[in-house]
Design a protein around this ligand. Structure first.
Ligand code: ARG
Length: 476
């Protein structure tokens, strides 16, 4: 028997009790190497820590540990150069690593799977993967936030129409507008950091489901792999994919935010709105219509959100009916996870380019702001100041708006006489005191759009994220 042929069934580590070879179609159906090879890095990292633990508890000699580490170096080199032979009869990444280790390290390699199952191994690999990706994506979210905060500062004083129901509502500022997205992505970042915590426990030692009789050192392996602790029930731990669902939930909400923003800018960059423009380097053309410049990246961000949601939904459906503990269904978790990670990362980087490259079309924005009804709420609140109960003030201003609309004049151009026909509470000289800018400045409470308030929040967020590093362009 060679090191590789350890069972009665050639090539299978589990072949001992089988009397005939696996059906080829079954092998093709059950393999996961075609996609879980992506975990080779994690698998080898976990195997190294596991081998060092086996040495510490006396189940490997120093020489065997050396052979295993050197063998794993070679396996890693094979994976990274693409020279590792993939064979569906070796099923998955864990068996490929073990097979190639035995090939390179000889008999010492036959000991690597001591006190370990592929069930706790795959849980470990996934935790390492999720932890790393959650950190990486949170760094990308920070990079997006950096750009958002710079734009918020730059457009702090630009007046914009604020919308509800996609109908003009109240005037806001550009700083407030970008600041709104900063809050959203700040929450995304926090959620991603919480995912790191949720993944950050070592399941190694759970074995197949119920631990091992061998004297393992679980805490030692966990510490070496940078985990903050260990899981406490193997029966749970080998089937637990909550941390994957946590990541997909965080990514789904992140995509909700990216997708809504993309939709807004698709709309705002139309000729009809014309409020923003993306640079040519971010636009794409039409094969037939020579005049076209399309915001395809925004549309794809919007479209790809659906993929990430269905990855999350697919994962939950996969998990919902599983009895304890490990079930082979779990092998299907990976493609959802990988797709959600790849898709979200790509969308983040596109939206980051869009945020950096977009410009407000300020003359067009000014034109849109002319002759609006954006100050109606301010007038109603002024009536409250003049002693009118808000519900009555609301009704009065409703009638004023109807009059102005009928006359075709902006609210702020109504005369004192016009206003006083609706309420004698309007003091003399009230008409003409209202301006859009004044309206924005007056809403200076925490959470309001006044430039000073917005600046304080932007500065606080910048400091929270980037410390003392000066904000680019912050001198103005
Ligand atoms: N490829 C499997 C997965 O991804 C690894 C665990 C297999 N365990 C087993 N007992 N067949 O879930």
């Amino acid at each position: 028997m060679t090191g590789e042929e350890s069972g009665a069934l050639p090539g299978k580590p589990w072949g001992g009790r089988f009397s005939e070879p696996t059906d080829r179609d079954v092998e093709a159906f059950t393999e996961s190497i075609s996609f879980d090879r992506r975990l080779w890095h994690e698998d080898i990292e976990g195997s190294r820590a596991h081998a060092r633990m086996l040495r510490r508890i006396g189940l490997l000699s120093e020489e065997e540990l050396g052979q295993i580490q050197a063998g794993l170096d070679k396996v890693a080199a094979e994976f990274s150069s693409g020279s590792l032979p993939f064979r569906i009869e070796w099923e998955d990444v864990h068996m490929h690593v073990e097979k190639r280790l035995v090939h390179h390290a000889g008999p010492a390699g036959l000991k690597i799977h001591t006190a370990r199952s592929r069930n706790d191994q795959v849980a470990l690999d996934l935790r390492l993967f999720v932890r790393r990706e959650a950190r990486e994506i949170s760094t990308s979210v920070e990079a997006l936030l950096r750009r958002i905060l710079v734009r918020a500062r730059e457009y702090r004083d630009l007046l914009l129409p604020g919308y509800t129901h996609t109908q003009q509502a109240q005037p806001i500022s550009g700083g407030y507008y970008f600041g709104a997205y900063a809050e959203r992505f700040l929450r995304d970042r926090r959620r991603l950091l919480a995912v790191v915590e949720s993944a950050n426990l070592s399941p190694l030692g759970s074995g197949a489901l119920a631990g091992t009789t061998l004297p393992i050192d679980r805490e030692g392996v966990a510490a070496e792999l940078g985990f903050s602790g260990i899981t406490h029930n193997g029966l749970d731990a080998v089937g637990d994919r909550d941390f994957v669902a946590d990541l997909l939930h965080a990514l789904s909400l992140l995509m909700v935010h990216l997708s809504g923003w993309a939709e807004e800018w698709v709309l705002w960059s139309t000729r009809e709105f014309g409020m923003i423009r993306l640079p040519d380097r971010l636009l794409t053309g039409s094969s037939m219509m020579p005049q076209k410049k399309n915001p395809d990246i925004l549309e794809l961000v919007r479209g790809k959100a659906g993929r990430v949601f269905s990855d999350y939904g697919g994962l939950l459906v996969l998990l919902k009916g599983l009895p304890l503990s490990y079930n082979r269904d779990l092998q299907e978790d990976k493609e959802f996870l990988f797709d959600a990670v790849d898709t979200t990362k790509a969308c983040l980087s596109m939206m980051s380019l869009a945020v950096e490259g977009m410009r407000f079309e300020e003359p067009r924005v000014e034109e849109i702001l002319k002759g609006t009804e954006l100050l109606a709420t301010d007038i109603a609140e002024d009536l409250v100041r003049f002693g009118v109960p808000f519900r009555e003030a609301h009704a009065i201003v409703g009638r004023i708006v109807a009059l102005a609309a009928g006359k075709g004049i902006p609210l702020e151009e109504l005369s004192d006489a016009d206003l006083r026909t609706f309420s004698d509470r309007f003091p003399a000289g009230y008409a003409g005191t209202l301006t859009l800018r004044g309206s924005v400045e007056r809403r200076s409470h925490v959470g309001g759009p006044a430039p000073e308030t917005v600046s304080r929040r932007i500065d606080a967020l910048w400091k929270e994220l980037f410390g003392e590093e000066p904000m680019p362009g912050a001198s103005r």
